[in-house]
Design a protein around this ligand. Structure first.
Ligand SMILES: Nc1ncnc2c1ncn2[C@@H]1O[C@H](COP(=O)(O)OP(=O)(O)OP(=O)(O)O)[C@@H](O)[C@H]1O
Ligand SMILES: [Mg+2]
Length: 238
């Protein structure tokens, strides 16, 4: 029901120049839940997240806790409580782990920075241990945890997470999955999780949407897709 949704996307269209990619995407997300976005390479998953975050022009609406973000810039959407962990992580290699997080805190939330940081270090001790090391010295999995930590210190209501399992060793994928579960349960943070790793998505998501050619073709429970080879072949290519 719309009244309970923390995030509501309606009729989203976006693309690059004259090339339309995202075609009429709509979904609702409730607090403390995980929506998986699954689909083959190049179907528009990342473009959908970029548009929601305000990194690309779009039409249609993105509402967070009832507030329309559609006309806001990316940093204003971040200040409103939307966070984005980009595909490939994009951490700053030459900045320390702690500085990578420090620069991500919106001005409006800076007074709460220390307590956010401590809470985050409690959750991810590896980041506390490496706080003074350069981001570039971390392993791929540790960088992914840093990217998630960087999103968390801004105290988001919703995190857009783009293929966190890509190129990461299984033990850290599992750690990320557990962290997502804890953040949902304890802090009622909601996630939009783009994934190609079906096993991971199945274990973490409450609901999934299948995307093809920029549109949602199906919304269902993860186990329905996990059990259906034909759907997997048609929409995931696995
Ligand atoms: N900056 C860009 N300029 C022009 N076209 C782009 C740009 N970025 C992506 N595209 C195109 O938009 C389409 C969707 O790309 P997008 O990155 O959203 O796919 P994706 O579903 O995230 O794929 P993947 O699973 O490989 O990450 C692709 O055809 C891609 O080539
Ligand atoms: Mg992508």
């Amino acid at each position: 029901m719309a009244a309970q949704s923390v995030l509501s996307v309606e009729g989203l269209h976006a693309g690059y120049g004259k090339t339309q990619i995202v075609d009429d995407v709509s979904f609702e997300l409730s607090a403390g839940s995980v929506l998986g976005v699954l689909g083959r390479n190049g179907v528009g998953k990342t473009t959908t997240l970029k548009a929601m975050m305000g990194h690309l022009p779009h039409t249609g609406s993105v509402r967070l806790d009832g507030v329309d973000l559609s006309r806001l810039k990316a940093h204003e959407r971040a200040a409103a409580g939307l966070a984005y962990v980009p595909q490939g992580r994009r951490i700053f290699a030459s900045l320390s782990v702690e500085d990578n997080m420090r620069i991500a805190v919106p001005r409006a939330r800076r007074s709460a920075w220390q307590s956010e940081l401590e809470q985050m270090y409690d959750q991810f001790p590896i980041l506390a241990e490496k706080r003074r090391q350069a981001g570039g010295q971390l392993s791929g999995g540790q960088q992914q945890i840093l990217a998630l930590g960087r999103a968390l210190v801004a105290r988001p209501k919703v995190i857009l997470l783009d293929e966190p399992s890509e190129g990461i060793q299984p033990s850290i994928v599992e750690q990320i999955g557990q962290a997502v579960g804890t953040l949902c349960a304890d802090r009622k943070i909601a996630f939009v999780l783009v994934e190609q790793n079906l096993g991971f998505a199945t274990s973490v998501c409450d609901t999934v949407v299948l995307v093809d050619k920029g549109s949602i073709v199906m919304q269902t429970q993860p186990r329905i897709i996990a059990e259906d080879r034909e759907l997997q072949l048609q929409y995931l290519g696995v």
